[in-house]
Design a protein around this ligand. Structure first.
Ligand SMILES: C[S@@+](CC[C@H](N)C(=O)[O-])C[C@H]1O[C@@H](n2cnc3c(N)ncnc32)[C@H](O)[C@@H]1O
Length: 214
């Protein structure tokens, strides 16, 4: 069991989808083979319990991207909704089981089985989105490489959007340092996907980075 992922959830104002993903992911283990896509999807639906599952999608659409990489797409929640809104998407995940569920839910979309840390698709996107605590579920010590792999798929003017819970093993200072090391600058930060202001007491961060101008 991932010790960071099993801690009780603090009170928070973040959006229902982010909370549901956290509750859903609370029982999973450390490696890519530990995810069970169908079980994740079942529990995600139960945890959403009729609430809006698309807070992240609304957030991302503010940047009007035409091409989005859903990085750590899991069962495809974000990519599938973006595609429904006519955005070109690619979903990447290193869990074969999560991707099998994504493929079953949306066989027409491109799903790539790969580790983000070494990802090299040979193309860029207007936005690369990591929704649902992805940096907390990459192998310990690979967060810097994870950001490097994502940055490889950004162009000048693209955005990297990352949302994750604080106090669970990966702190913002390290995240900012890793982002800066791969040529990204922080342009916006919120406490929720609803864009509540970020402050010292925030327990969640949604960060938007852009590649630095050369
Ligand atoms: C809690 S799930 C979130 C799934 C989806 N983004 C969502 O919001 O519903 C975290 C996902 O990140 C994926 N992940 C974590 N580290 C990864 C890596 N290095 N490469 C590819 N996928 C990764 C896991 O396999 C898992 O599917």
């Amino acid at each position: 069991m991932n010790e960071h992922a099993s801690q009780p959830e603090p009170a928070t104002g973040r959006d229902p989808a982010a909370r549901a993903v956290e509750r859903t992911a609370d029982r999973v283990a450390d490696g890519p083979s530990d995810w069970d896509g169908d079980d994740y999807q079942r529990r995600l639906r139960a945890n959403l319990d009729g609430t809006d599952p698309h807070g992240e999608v609304a957030f991302v659409q503010r940047y009007a991207p035409e091409r989005v990489l859903d990085a750590g797409c899991g069962t495809g929640r974000v990519a599938i909704e973006l595609a429904r809104r006519d955005v070109e998407v690619v979903g990447v995940d290193h869990s074969a089981s999560m991707l099998a569920t994504a493929r079953r839910l949306a066989p027409e979309l491109p799903w790539v089985h790969a580790d983000l840390a070494s990802l090299a698709l040979g193309r860029t996107f207007d936005a690369v989105v990591l929704a649902g605590n992805v940096p907390l579920f990459t192998a310990p010590g690979t967060q810097a490489a994870l950001l490097e792999g994502c940055a490889r798929h950004l162009d000048v003017g693209s955005v990297l959007v990352v949302g994750f819970q604080l106090g669970r093993g990966y702190d913002l200072a390290s995240f900012d340092q890793h982002a800066q090391a791969v040529g990204l600058e922080l342009v916006e930060r919120y406490a929720t996907w609803d864009r509540d202001p970020f402050g010292p007491g925030s327990d969640y961060a949604v960060s938007v980075h852009r590649p630095l101008d050369e």
